[in-house]
Ligand binder design. Structure first.
Ligand code: C2O
Length: 563
């Protein structure tokens, strides 16, 4: 009898806990014009709810988010939930003209989706023109309520959003560039949680201060929300233990410097082990940019003495970290190749789709009788397998697919480059001009996809942070030069490769990723440097429905914006 009572009690308890503890979070996002002062000047920027950066969404794994977006701004807008898998809910993914038409000024749309099996840090941002320069915020995903971190619970946690600030309207910046075909103006400052730190004009008083106490171990959630730059991050006098990236846990490793491509997130534990009083700096420096911008340091502070919620300004000067040079590829490579999954991975195989995509820049000839702002009277372009992606304008691709509307896109995106050449060598000028079109690559539900992303040296070799919507993928290997299947296949990590949603394809190099096409819908893949997506460095996968309701895309919401 006693035994029964005990086991009944345990049964009751487990019933209670297995019972859905997932919650639904409702949010209102009002997209609006907000005056914000930075670098001595006040600009009207576009924000969500008047906040810059926008509100942090905090959820537990398994929770549902319902976000009603009201557009009170003068621009079209959409919101993308970067890294959220959006299983069967492609209508909520957000990229304009890919999964929805934009929310027009005065319009609204409710995004509904559930976080499934992801823990750590993701973020949200506008996915229309360059609005994401100011319209972005963190998504913090805690473990399920009945579960915990796979590391000692940190004392405090803070999202740290790295961004870029233009002393101009970013939409005007990109419009101007698109008009002439020139490269857009580079930003005027880097920001941490919206603040330029103490090295720019008129910015010294408004640094971001993160209070810590001596001896504490804190969790910092870094997000690279910058538009066009990979960033190094160091904290003076401290090492960081990386525990997660892109909302997947990693095998912990210790480092003094992080490198984040735009779109990527990295969760680190930092112990405040310097003798108090100490303030330290979180700084960053910019990696090679096409425009040859000099490296810029920038400082915000971890403050050991400040246990306050208001910002008192620092009483002692912060110590400065040593940062790698902006073009220190070795440090970047050492860091990106340190990532491992925490446990042995069941690698998806055998491969059904063996894809090889070139990613890189190009130049379009200037239309006759016009003057163009690119090098030698050209327009800048960029492509995947020589196709420069063009967004449709009358239907989103997903809607056209769902309703069978012809003429919006074609399904003949090539599995291999149309011409094979020495991708990272001296590429003949005749191969610099891409074709412009809206092509998708069709995938059967459940197919195993292996994709070689091969950087090209056309015009300029650059690091390309390639992001796939609706998916996480394993990064099996990366390297320099041209991918050579006969020898590079041996380098694949088929034991514990990291799971990410954005891979920084090395400068003049390649990366190989693998995933299962288990999420039906239309999923954009693009370089997360906004300047490159503007030039067409994008394509989309169309993943067909599988068998039965649970393998099919849901029906579109009633308030889905139409074109
Ligand atoms: Cu964060 Cu399509 O991107």
């Amino acid at each position: 009898m006693e035994k029964c009572m005990l086991s009944c009690f345990i049964l009751l308890l487990s019933l209670l806990f297995s019972h859905s503890i997932a919650k639904t979070h409702y949010h209102d996002f009002v997209v609006q014009k907000t005056p914000v002062k930075r670098l001595c000047k006040t600009h009207d920027i576009i924000t969500v709810n008047g906040m810059f950066p926008g509100p942090t969404l905090e959820v537990n794994n398994g929770d549902t988010l319902v976000v009603n977006v009201k557009n009170q701004a003068e621009y079209n807008v959409t919101i993308h939930w970067h890294g959220v898998r959006q299983i069967r809910t492609g209508w909520a993914d957000g990229p304009e003209f890919v999964t929805q038409c934009p929310i027009r000024p005065g319009g609204s749309y409710t995004y509904r989706f559930t976080i499934q099996g992801q823990e750590g840090t993701l973020w949200w941002h506008a996915h229309s023109s360059w609005l994401r320069a100011t319209v972005y915020g963190a998504i913090v995903i805690h473990p399920r309520e009945d579960s915990s971190y796979p590391f000692t619970k940190p004392e405090r946690e803070a999202p740290i959003l790295l961004g870029e600030w233009w002393d101009a309207n970013p939409i005007d910046v990109v419009r101007q560039a698109t008009k002439t075909g020139a490269a857009p103006n580079t930003s005027d400052a880097f920001t941490i949680n919206g603040q330029p730190g103490d090295l720019y004009k008129c910015s010294g008083k408004d640094t971001t201060i993160i209070p810590v106490a001596p001896g504490e171990t804190n969790l910092l959630r870094f997000i690279n929300a910058a538009l066009n730059n990979e960033l190094f991050v160091s904290i003076a006098g401290h090492t960081m233990t990386v525990v997660g990236a892109d909302a997947s846990y990693t095998k912990p490793f210790t480092t003094s410097v992080l490198m984040l491509g735009p779109g990527q997130t990295t969760d680190v534990l930092v112990t405040a082990d310097q003798p108090p009083p100490a303030t330290t700096s979180v700084a960053r420096i910019l990696l090679p940019a096409l425009q040859g911008v000099p490296s810029t340091e920038h400082h915000n502070h971890l403050d050991y003495t400040c246990s306050c919620s208001s910002k008192p300004g620092l009483s002692i000067p912060p110590s400065l970290p040593t940062l790698p040079a902006f073009n220190d590829t070795n440090t970047a490579t050492k860091f990106t190749t340190s990532f491992r999954s925490p446990k042995k991975v069941d690698i998806p195989s055998p491969v059904d789709e063996n894809l090889f995509f070139t990613v890189g820049l190009g130049l379009f000839n200037c239309p006759p009788g016009k003057t163009c702002g690119g090098p030698n009277n050209t327009r800048f372009g960029a492509s995947v397998n020589n196709i420069s992606f063009v967004l449709p304008s009358t239907f989103s691709i997903l809607q056209a697919h769902h309703q069978g509307v012809p003429g919006v896109f074609s399904t003949d995106f090539p599995a291999n480059p149309p011409v094979q050449f020495d991708y990272t060598g001296n590429v003949s000028r005749s191969l610099w001009q891409p074709d412009q079109s809206t092509k998708v690559y069709k995938l059967k539900f459940g197919s195993v996809v292996q994709l070689v992303l091969q950087g090209t040296s056309i015009f300029a070799a650059e690091n390309h942070p390639i992001h796939i919507h609706g998916y996480d993928f394993y990064i099996l290997a990366e390297g320099f030069g041209n991918f050579d299947a006969s020898k590079d296949t041996n380098k694949f990590n088929l034991v514990d490769p990291p799971l990410r949603n954005t891979v920084a394809v090395p400068v003049n190099g390649w990366a190989v990723i693998r995933f299962v096409a288990d999420n039906p819908g239309v999923w954009l893949m693009h370089c997360h440097l906004d300047v490159h997506i503007t030039w067409g460095l994008a394509m989309a996968f169309l993943v067909e429905d599988g068998v039965g309701e649970l393998e099919a895309l849901e029906a579109p919401p009633e308030d889905l914006p139409l074109c």
